[in-house]
Ligand binder design. Structure first.
Ligand SMILES: *Cc1c(COP(=O)(O)O)cnc(C)c1O
Length: 398
C-alpha cells in the first residue's frame, strides 16, 4: 500500500457521508441499537463495533487504520497522549514480579514510569547502554517480559540496533516495544525489523501543528485486542473524535512536512558543524555521529530535531544564546510548524520524586541546546542561528 493511498483513501467510506472528501467528526459518546439482540452482539464484539466512544468511534477508527498501515502493523490504538500510549502498552505486558530491560535514558516520563512507578507493583527495570545489543542480552532475567527501546532518543540521539535486539528477544519470547516518535513510520519501520509494538507521541510530527496531544500504539491484532480490553477501556485515556479528526487532517501532509523539516535540518547541521561557538553536534545522519552507519542502515530519513553543545563553560552564555534567537521560539515539544529552541540550562523539568523540586542542570550537560527545525524558509533560520552564535563568540572574547 503506497503512502498517499493510506493518507488519502484508507478507511474512508465516503459514500456513508455524502461523498464528502473530509470525514465527519462523529462527536458522540453513545450509539443506539434497533433491538436487544443487536445490542448484546455489539457488546460482545465491542473492539470492532460501535457501542460507546470509550471503545470505538468511527472518526477514531479511520485514524487507527491509517496509523496501523503506515507502521505496517495489523492494528493500532490512539490514546490521549504519548505517555498514555507508552504506559498502557507497558502495563499490558507485565504483572507483579516481572522485569523489564530498557534502553538507558528513555523519554523522561517513560523513565519515571519504570524507575519510580512500576516498582510499587513489584515490577523492576534494568536500564542498559543501548549502543551494544549484547547489553540487552546480558540484562535478561528469567522473569523479563519486555525489552523497551527508543531509537534514537530525542535529546542525545543514541541508537539501538533494532533488528539485533528484536532477534535476541524473539528467541526468548520477550515482547519488544519501541518509541518511534522521532522517526515516524516514514523514516523507520520497526515492525519490519522484528519489533512487536511501536509507540508514538503523535503530539509531535504525526499531529504536526502544535495543536493537539495524542499517542499511538501499533501491533498485532491479538496484542491490540489485549490492550483494548485491558488498559485502553479500563483507564479510558482515549483521544476525542475532534482531535482524531485533526490528526487525520495533519497526516495528509506528513510526508511534505517531514521532508521540509529534514532538508532544512541538514543545512542547520552543516552551519553548526562549521561554527567555532559549537563544540559538538548530535544528529544521527551527521557523519560525526558515532552510530552513523547504523542510522543509515535502519533509518530511511532523519528528522528536524537535533542537539548541539555550545562551546562554553558558563551557563549565562547558554541563556544569552537562547534569548538572542529571534525566529526560534523557546519551548518544549517539537514536530510542529514552528522552530523551537530548548536549552538544557533550564534544568530538567521532572520534579524529584521526594522533594518535588525540579532537577537542576547537571554539571556536564548544561551547555546542550536542542533545536527543532520547523517549516520556515531555511535561510531565515540559518541567519537567526548565525547571529546568535556569533553573539556567543563575541561575549566570550569580551
Ligand atoms: C513527547 C514525547 C513523548 C510523550 O508524548 P506526549 O504526547 O507528550 O505524552 C514520548 N516519547 C517521546 C520521544 C517524546 O518526544
Amino acid at each position: 500500500m503506497d503512502v498517499s493511498y493510506i493518507l488519502n483513501e484508507l478507511g474512508e467510506d465516503r459514500h456513508q457521508y455524502f461523498n464528502a472528501i473530509a470525514p465527519p467528526i462523529i462527536q458522540t459518546s453513545n450509539f443506539t441499537f434497533p433491538n436487544v439482540a443487536t445490542m448484546r452482539a455489539d457488546l460482545q464484539h465491542e473492539h470492532d463495533r460501535h457501542f460507546y466512544t470509550r471503545g470505538n468511534n468511527p472518526t477514531v477508527k479511520i485514524l487507527r487504520q491509517k496509523l496501523a498501515a503506515l507502521e505496517g502493523a495489523e492494528d493500532a490504538l490512539v490514546l490521549a497522549s504519548g505517555s498514555a500510549a507508552i504506559g498502557s502498552a507497558v502495563l499490558a505486558n507485565v504483572a507483579q514480579g516481572d522485569h523489564i530491560v530498557s534502553v538507558a535514558k528513555p523519554y523522561s516520563w517513560t523513565e519515571r514510569l519504570m524507575r519510580d512507578y512500576l516498582p510499587r507493583f513489584g515490577v523492576t527495570t534494568t536500564f542498559v547502554d543501548g549502543t551494544d545489543p549484547a547489553n540487552f542480552e546480558r540484562a535478561i532475567q528469567p522473569n523479563t517480559k519486555i525489552i523497551y527501546l527508543e531509537s534514537p532518543n530525542s535529546f542525545t540521539f543514541e541508537l539501538q540496533d533494532i533488528a539485533a535486539v528484536a532477534q535476541i528477544a524473539r528467541s526468548r519470547g520477550i515482547v519488544t516495544m519501541i518509541d518511534n516518535s522521532y522517526c515516524t513510520p516514514l523514516h523507520q519501520r520497526p515492525i519490519e525489523l522484528g519489533i512487536d509494538i511501536t509507540l508514538h507521541s503523535a503530539s509531535k510530527y504525526i499531529g504536526g501543528h502544535s495543536d493537539l496531544v495524542a499517542g499511538v500504539i501499533c501491533g498485532s491484532e491479538a496484542m491490540i485486542r489485549k490492550i483494548f480490553y485491558g488498559e485502553y477501556m479500563t483507564f479510558g485515556g482515549i483521544i476525542s473524535p475532534q482531535n482524531a479528526w485533526l490528526m487525520i487532517r495533519g497526516l495528509r501532509t506528513l510526508p511534505l512536512r517531514l521532508e521540509q523539516s529534514s532538508q532544512s535540518a541538514r543545512q542547520i547541521v552543516a552551519l553548526l558543524e562549521s561554527h567555532p561557538a559549537v563544540s559538538r553536534v548530535y544528529y544521527p545522519f551527521s557523519e560525526t555521529h558515532p552510530q552513523y552507519e547504523l542510522a543509515r542502515r535502519q533509518m530511511t530519513g532523519c528528522g528536524g530535531l537535533l542537539t548541539f553543545s555550545l562551546n562554553t563553560n558558563r551557563i549565562e552564555d547558554v541563556d544569552t544564546f537562547a534569548d538572542s534567537l529571534r525566529r526560534f521560539i523557546l519551548g518544549v515539544s517539537w514536530g510542529g510548524h514552528e522552530s523551537l529552541v530548548f536549552p538544557a540550562s533550564i534544568g530538567f523539568a521532572i520534579p524529584d520524586e521526594n522533594s518535588h523540586e525540579p532537577t537542576p542542570p547537571t554539571q556536564s550537560g548544561f551547555n546542550l541546546v536542542r533545536l527543532y527545525i520547523g517549516l520556515e524558509e531555511p535561510h531565515v533560520l540559518l541567519d537567526d542561528l548565525k547571529q546568535a552564535l556569533d553573539g556567543v563568540l563575541q561575549q566570550s572574547i569580551a
